[in-house]
Design a protein around this ligand. Structure first.
Ligand code: ATP
Length: 446
């Protein structure tokens, strides 16, 4: 993990937020390549939800919602973690995670085990961030930063049903920021207090819920492997009865083998009719579907695949990171699926003279707009290749003296390092075709 954190900082993908003020507890900013990478992850999610099927519609609901939302959803009463304070060091710990944590004074021991530790009894701590709406800070003005995007979907069920002209089975998908005042954030962007979620609520006739639960588990698992995550680093883990929420009849986690061990990437839950029933009760609105064919009215059941955009981005980075020896020199390379790579092609003149930069810029103009393209003329060609390897650019196009004679360039491939001579006129087509080819992590063969 340290190597990935260092690479992300060095190349400006992801770094501590408010750095000039010393950073702010576990919040991160994304720089240019990080924005492009996370955007590609989100685009792939949207593509799987919207473009590749016709039973899901999009939504973008407000972060601030009516406070009754959180009463109905159960978050106000129950979205808590047990917390223990140490009277000696003043630190707070997740009381249910103590064995995995370190005492700040004696890191070889968990909190509570050190000779000077003095832990309080565990008490419940609500994870929602509170803020005030309007100029007067009284009790009625308290609102919450949403701790998940899902509730914005449930409260809009009726609206969407009307506008979209869909009927169950159908889904509503949303991507957006969520906030949780996590007691022990950490492991880089794995657990932060501000993060992005990609959630979809799929509404189905009650009798079809189990079948759709199975279908969504498989579909979401396959989404990661199709984007290059190695199958032996991914698993579906079904929750046992003790782990299930009271309203869920089945939940499974898609877990990835992070450097910190197997950890949740995404949860898929069969939530029954809990959410719509709760919001119907608290709002007084009927949240049902009337089936004109069977003349039956029912509350749809919900299957929810809930993923994290930052956590998925981290998993793709971890899975792609590689170090290799090339001709006696070490290279760090991100073997990302080309569709996820922040930059698709870099155009590099071999030397900064003889018309090579001009011709390179001409090529850049032809490619730009079709694919994310970068021009780089600074440093030796070897150094420039390494720079592109580090951010996972699948193709480098080199302009050399021969290019000026016959208008051909060299296309160097990131993973195999194979080089191929291609005519400038054919370049955009060749690259587009290569980018569309199925891809599998070359790390699988290792
Ligand atoms: P965890 O057990 O790791 O706290 P969770 O089960 O509470 O996660 P969900 O409420 O199911 O998480 O949220 C769905 C997804 O949102 C998670 O699988 C994860 O990818 C992402 N997520 C949740 N909390 C965070 C966080 N604090 N930082 C980054 N991503 C998060």
């Amino acid at each position: 993990m340290d190597k990935i954190v260092a690479l992300c900082k060095r190349r400006g993908l992801i770094f501590a937020s408010s750095e000039i003020y010393g950073g702010l507890g576990s919040t991160y900013d994304y720089g240019h390549y990080g924005v492009l990478l996370k955007q590609n992850v989100k685009n792939e999610w949207w593509r799987a939800m919207l473009s590749e099927r016709d039973d899901v519609v999009a939504l973008d609901s407000a972060i601030l919602q009516h406070p009754r939302t959180w009463e109905a959803s159960g978050h106000l009463a129950g979205f808590t973690d047990p917390l223990a304070d140490c009277r000696t060091c003043g630190q707070r710990f997740r009381a249910d995670h103590l064995p995995e944590l370190q005492c700040p004074r004696k890191p070889s021991k968990p909190p509570g085990d050190g000779p000077e530790c003095d832990l309080t009894e565990a008490r419940d701590f609500n994870l929602m961030f509170e803020t005030t709406m309007g100029p007067v800070k009284d009790a009625g003005a308290t609102v919450y930063l949403r701790p998940e995007t899902a509730q914005g979907i449930f409260v809009n069920f009726k609206n969407v049903l009307q506008f979209s002209r869909k009927k169950p089975p159908f889904g509503i998908a949303q991507v957006g920021k969520s906030f949780r005042n996590e007691i022990t954030p950490g492991n880089f962007v794995f657990r932060t207090r501000e993060f992005e979620q990609m959630e979809m609520e799929f509404f189905v006739p009650p009798a079809a819920a189990s079948e759709w639960y199975e279908l969504w588990k498989q579909a979401r698992h396959d989404w990661y492997t199709e984007l290059g995550i190695r199958a032996d680093h991914l698993r579906l883990r079904e929750h046992d009865a003790g782990e299930l929420s009271h309203y869920s009849s089945a939940t499974a986690d898609i877990e990835y083998l992070f450097p910190i061990g197997w950890s949740e990437l995404e949860g898929i839950a069969n939530r029954g009719d809990f959410d719509l029933t709760q919001h119907a009760e608290y709002s007084g609105e009927k949240l049902e579907y009337f089936d004109p064919q069977s003349k039956q009215r029912y509350v749809p059941h919900v299957i929810e695949p809930a993923a994290g955009a930052d956590r998925a981005t981290l998993a793709f980075l971890v899975d792609a990171y590689d170090e290799e020896d090339v001709g006696g020199e070490q290279r760090t390379v991100l073997k990302l699926h080309p569709r996820l790579a922040p930059v698709k092609v870099a155009v590099l003149p071999l030397v900064r003279k003889d018309g090579q930069p001009e011709l390179s810029r001409e090529i850049v103009s032809a490619l730009r707009g079709r694919m994310q393209t970068e021009y780089d003329e600074g440093g030796t060609i070897g150094k420039r290749y390494r720079r592109q390897d580090e951010i996972g650019t699948p193709f480098c196009v080199t302009v050399d003296h021969q290019t000026l004679e016959d208008r051909t360039v060299t296309v160097r491939e990131r993973d195999s390092l194979a080089q191929q001579r291609v005519a400038i006129d054919a370049l955009a087509g060749v690259l587009a075709a290569r980018l569309a080819e199925p891809w599998q992590s070359p790390k699988l063969a290792k």
